[in-house]
Write a protein that binds this ligand. Structure first.
Ligand SMILES: O=c1[nH]cnc2c1ncn2[C@@H]1O[C@H](CO)[C@@H](O)[C@H]1O
Ligand SMILES: [Zn+2]
Length: 432
């Protein structure tokens, strides 16, 4: 007997061979998809009738600082440098282990509610992030965010913490957690440090997650100090590869785009954060044309200010259209690919498609809503009309984490209350 059957769904498989299945069924066993089709001979312990709903791969958030939910609305409408250096970093210095745990629990709750099945995180106190992910039932690629600012002693310490985390948590939570090295950015980490991190990551066989060219200030800094932009600088130290997840990549030349595509770098586009901090616009259409793997992220809740990947999909499409003055770029299906298949590829997980043998990481979207009627094209609705609030069920690793809008893997009210209490205590310590 199988574990779970979902029937009567409109299935958006995202599998180019299978396409959409209008009245389909998915069978799940041992956390994996066993069958996708129009009918099945199987029986299962649990059957979900998804009539009137869409069943699709869950969304992958490829750039996040989950614990930053505690800073949602804390410091808005500022210049990025001022925001980070004078507000966020001083506040982060006061964060405790328990705060990070509470903030990440809240992030996991929000992600499960809005249809995200996996996320890539870079933050501090990452052990407690891992604990929260383990308990919440979601999937994640986690990294401790390292900054050395050219200080050799700090570099040693940061690498020690990052490395201990990589080793302790890789493959944990039944394989739901993978680990990465997280050097923060080329303008906050020294060249020597980035070289050491890369060597260590290759040795440990894990990926790297880094911010790259989010701001024009970074571009100018790199040109002044190294005579080249971050893309050429990182090429020069053999940093680029398919094992790199580069967040933002806003300030790219046509030559940079070629390099990123050639090395198979995974690029996390974070349109809402880029718009809110007025960082600029990532040339997504050009990157995709060049053959690069572009995926989608929310960034932290202090620059977004939520973790709704449906909003991110809509913003990605609209921003690219208006910036190129071409409404044909980034059509709905392409954006869905970014949020599913491409994101799964970036994280190295076998998700992002509903196909036999893939992880049973999927969501049900309730289409019986005023703002989703009538339906001509399901993909169009998911990108342009739906929101994370329309997700009624989230399944990760074959486990139902939310069903009929009720989260089953955690006590929702307790998670919200604890995070609010953490934020109040934190504010007291910061002295605001
Ligand atoms: O948009 C951003 N640009 C640069 N850094 C950021 C952004 N959002 C968050 N962080 C910072 O990255 C570190 C990760 O460990 C944290 O200090 C976090 O505040
Ligand atoms: Zn970030």
């Amino acid at each position: 007997m199988a574990d779970l059957i979902i029937k009567n769904a409109y299935i958006l498989t995202m599998d180019p061979e299978a396409g959409d299945i209008e009245n389909g069924v998915v069978v799940v066993e041992d956390g994996k998809i066993k069958e996708v089709g129009t009918s099945t001979e199987c029986t299962a312990e649990k059957v979900i009738d998804a009539k009137g709903s869409v069943l699709m791969p869950g969304l992958v958030n490829t750039h996040c600082h989950a614990g930053m939910t505690l800073f949602r609305g804390y410091a808005d409408d500022m210049q990025l440098q001022d925001w980070l250096e004078n507000h966020i970093w001083p506040a982060e210095a006061k964060l405790t282990d328990d705060d990070i745990y509470a903030g990440t629990k809240l992030a996991c709750l929000e992600m499960i509610r809005s249809g995200t099945i996996a996320f890539a995180d870079m933050y501090i106190h990452e052990n407690r992030v891992a604990q929260a992910v383990d308990e919440a039932g979601i999937r994640a690629a986690l990294s401790y965010g390292m900054i050395d600012f050219g200080d050799k002693e700090k570099a040693d310490k940061e690498l020690e913490v990052g490395s201990a985390f990589v080793k302790e948590w890789n493959g944990k939570a039944g394989g739901r957690i993978s680990t990465m090295y997280g050097p923060h950015a080329p303008n906050t980490c020294s060249k020597e440090f980035l070289i050491r991190v890369k060597e260590q990551a290759v040795k440990d066989n894990v990926k790297q997650h880094i911010h790259v060219l989010e701001t024009e200030a970074e571009l100018n800094y790199m040109k002044e100090n190294f005579g080249m932009c971050s893309i050429h600088f990182l090429k020069g130290i053999d940093f680029w590869g398919t094992d790199v997840l580069a967040a933002h990549c806003v300030w790219l030349s046509d030559g940079d785009i070629k390099i990123l595509a050639e090395y198979g770098v995974n690029i996390s586009h974070n349109p809402n954060s880029n718009m809110k901090l007025a960082s600029g616009i990532c040339p997504v259409a050009k990157l995709i044309d060049a053959g690069a793997n572009v995926c989608l992220g929310t960034d932290g809740c202090a620059s977004n200010n939520n973790l709704d990947m449906f909003e991110e999909m809509r913003s990605a499409a609209l921003l690219q259209k208006v910036s190129t003055m071409d409404p044909t770029v980034l059509p709905a299906r392409k954006v869905l690919e970014m949020a599913t298949i491409n994101g799964a590829k970036a994280l190295g997980i076998n998700s992002g498609m509903l196909k036999e043998g893939y992880n049973a990481d999927m969501i049900i979207v309730d289409m019986n809503k005023a703002h989703l009627a009538p339906v001509y094209d399901v993909a169009s609705h998911l990108v342009y009309a739906a929101s994370g609030k329309d997700v009624s069920a989230t399944i990760v690793d074959g486990k139902v984490l939310m069903e009929d809008g009720k989260v089953l893997s955690m006590d929702e009210q307790e998670v919200i209350d604890t995070a609010i209490k953490s934020s109040k205590d934190l504010l007291g310590r910061i002295g605001n």
